[in-house]
Write a protein that binds this ligand. Structure first.
Ligand code: GDP
Length: 360
């Protein structure tokens, strides 16, 4: 499954964040693997549409889309040269589909900073450097083989060229996610090398409460990591929010000038970073969000529910969530002609409410 790997220097608030994320574990019953690995957490994608659908269909329960996070410890300065737990973390990062770096921006003098001072820019560079060094090693090792293959098999030539170009980008201290597009580099050609820095990145800035509303500071941090997304939160407050009843949590949140918990933002941004979207189903049993890649067709979407649905796909009855809500009920939507019959070439849209017709 698609997971987001959480990395960061020691003492930046990774565990605090991860524990807060996974405490909110509404999905455990539906995704039992959530509790198997202590460093893996599966959380629900916040989606207020599901609650509304459940009302409309009198559904017994709501099943949000799962988003998996894995807490990857051990990435410290010098890790690529075997410092700390050495290269053990690399395998974990390789398995992740996106990398989420937690960056310390809070100033608490009681919490030791491993580098001696709080500097988000330096910490980001430290982590990037380790990932970049790991990729440079991978390419250095593969390049002689790729160059040899390029001479014998013409179709392999673009790979050697791409590897050489990637090496240049990395050698300038830039990740392939950030620098690849500008270097006119087809990263798809390098898929077999499982490079770390080609993965999409996102950043969580763990900030003091006072900074949450400091627009100039937030803009500065956003600029630092663009085109990657930035999420800002006070991990300490987030872990308190989790323990409060909903109304008190809302009150605490509002007192910090926020309208949504930082954790919810992180889950949403993480999900989007993975290039995913959801479609919805609803009935008396459950209102549910299903995960598909952007661009998935109707039969592919059906296959996420069951492979039989894809194999026997006939058509899909589809209405957008907004149109369904405007109509007030499925019956009203149908008699108003708002429910479309879509065939096997239909490309799914986020928020489509769907019923599949299929042969078994
Ligand atoms: P990790 O090593 O990155 O997993 O960091 P931890 O989550 O263990 O946090 C290290 C220390 O920093 C702990 O004592 C936390 O309570 C504290 N901490 C984490 N987040 C915050 C925060 O947002 N503000 C403050 N003041 N302390 C924090």
């Amino acid at each position: 499954s698609l997971t987001i790997g959480i990395v960061g220097l020691p003492n930046v608030g990774k565990s605090t964040l991860f524990n807060a994320l996974t405490k909110n574990d509404v999905l455990a019953a539906n995704y039992p693997f959530a509790t198997i690995e202590p460093n893996v957490g599966v959380v629900g994608l916040p989606d207020e549409r599901l609650g509304k659908l459940a009302e409309l269909f009198s559904s017994e329960k709501v099943v949000p889309a799962p988003v998996s996070f894995v807490d990857i410890a051990g990435l410290v300065r010098g890790a690529s040269k075997g410092q700390g737990r050495g290269n053990a973390f690399l395998a974990n990062i390789r398995d992740a589909s996106a990398i989420c770096q937690v960056v310390r921006a809070f100033s608490d003098p009681d919490v030791l900073h491993v580098e001696g001072q709080v500097s988000p820019a330096d910490d980001i560079e430290t982590i990037n450097t380790e990932l970049i060094l790991a990729d440079l090693q991978t390419i250095e090792k593969a390049l002689p083989r790729l160059q040899k293959e390029a001479k014998v098999r013409k179709e392999r030539a673009p790979m050697a060229v791409a590897a050489e170009a990637a090496f240049k980008v990395l050698n300038d201290g830039v990740t392939l996610y950030q620098g690849g597009p500008g270097a006119d580099l087809d990263l798809g050609l390098l898929a077999e090398l499982h490079l770390l820095t080609t993965k999409p990145f996102l950043y969580v800035f763990n900030v003091d409460e006072a900074e949450l509303n400091n627009a100039a500071f937030l803009d500065e941090m956003r600029a630092l990591v663009a085109p990657a997304e930035a999420v800002f939160m006070d991990a300490k407050i987030e872990s308190e929010l989790i323990d409060l009843p909903e109304d008190e949590a809302m009150e605490l949140l509002e007192s910090t000038g926020q309208t949504e918990p930082g954790l919810d933002q992180l889950i949403r941004v993480g999900f989007a970073t993975l290039g995913l979207q959801t479609y919805l189903t609803a009935g008396p049993k459950e209102a549910r969000a299903w995960v598909i890649p952007k661009g998935a067709t109707a039969p592919e979407a059906a296959g996420v529910i069951h492979s039989d649905f894809q194999r026997g796909f006939i058509k899909a009855e589809i209405i957008s969530y907004d149109e369904l809500m405007a109509a007030g009920s499925m019956t009203a939507a149908k008699s108003a002609g708002k429910v479309r019959m879509e065939g096997k070439d239909y490309v799914m849209q986020d928020g489509d409410v769907v019923e599949f017709r299929f042969n078994v």
